[in-house]
Ligand binder design. Structure first.
Ligand code: IPE
Ligand code: IPE
Ligand code: MG
Length: 256
């Protein structure tokens, strides 16, 4: 790829990609393995896709790693996942720093076991100076939890006189969300074949492009990710306008 087309690509890459990493259990079960093997393999995919997102010049990658509803899985699987998250974070931190990746997280993380949470917080502070990709993990996250939490804080600020009821607009609501420092996702990918959003970023994906693939998360490759981004680039995002309006608003290319 020559440098010019690379530059063009960088200009149209999504700023924020969110992924529902689904299908670990079915990937393992199809191979006669324990579901936990699928989660272990899924961590390798996280590493690969994080590298590729950096490579493509994406600024934010939000990964749905554990939902509020996932707390209701068999205790053994929950324990295994929490243990795995802690181990993976500890192991990957040096590479995150090397690759200039900053870790952040969203979710009701106080529910997590102390050890995993401590490791996550350690990684967050050790990568706080990194200026490349922001890898944002959604942990113990659900959109309804987040929105409820935001409403509670808005109500408290109004009651305390810090916020006026009539000043509440969409920007203010966004500023109370856990994603307040990030742009809304441009592209939402779900692996594993199901076409649902499972309580993920409901406010933020209002105008995201959706991409569903049958591929289970452990099999999702860098090439699959590039294909999803390429498909995104080919879509016309109209935001309620007509196609003609969108074309007219695009700056004409220089012909000299
Ligand atoms: C996604 O894979 C990982 C988590 C939800 C933690 P699953 O564990 O949901 O895999 P399937 O959907 O059962 O195959
Ligand atoms: C969504 O996957 C949550 C994560 C990927 C962490 P689930 O497997 O929990 O979703 P449902 O239950 O099939 O909707
Ligand atoms: Mg699943």
């Amino acid at each position: 790829m020559n440098s010019q087309s690379h530059e063009t690509d960088r200009n149209s890459v999504p700023a924020h990609v969110a992924i529902i990493m689904d299908g670990n259990g079915r990937w393992a079960q199809a191979r006669g393995l324990d579901r936990s093997e699928g989660h272990v393999e899924g961590v390798n995919t996280v590493r690969k896709i994080t590298e590729e997102a950096s490579e493509l010049g994406i600024k934010y990658l939000t990964l749905y790693a554990f939902s509020t509803e996932n707390w209701n899985r068999p205790q053994q699987e929950v324990d295994m996942l929490m243990h795995l998250i802690g181990i993976a974070i500890e192991r990957e931190t040096p590479d995150l720093i090397k690759n200039n990746v900053r870790l952040t997280m969203i979710g009701d993380v106080e529910r997590m076991p102390a050890e995993a949470l401590e490791r996550l917080r350690g990684c967050i502070s050790r990568t706080a100076h990194c200026t490349g990709l922001t890898l944002n993990l959604a942990l113990s996250y659900s959109s309804r939890w987040e929105i409820t939490d935001a409403v509670r804080h808005i109500a408290a600020d109004v009651a305390a006189g810090r916020l006026k009821e009539l000043d509440i607009d969409e920007n203010i609501v966004s500023a109370y969300m856990a994603t307040k420092d990030m742009p809304d996702p441009d592209l939402l990918i779900r692996t594993g074949g199901d076409m649902r959003v499972s309580n993920f970023l409901l406010w933020q994906i209002a105008y995201a492009e959706l991409y569903f693939t049958q591929t289970h998360w452990p099999d999702f490759s860098k090439e699959d990710f590039r294909n999803a981004v390429a498909q995104f680039k080919g879509r016309e995002r109209r935001f309620g306008l007509t196609g003609e309006q969108i074309k007219a608003s695009q700056t004409p290319k220089k012909t000299v």
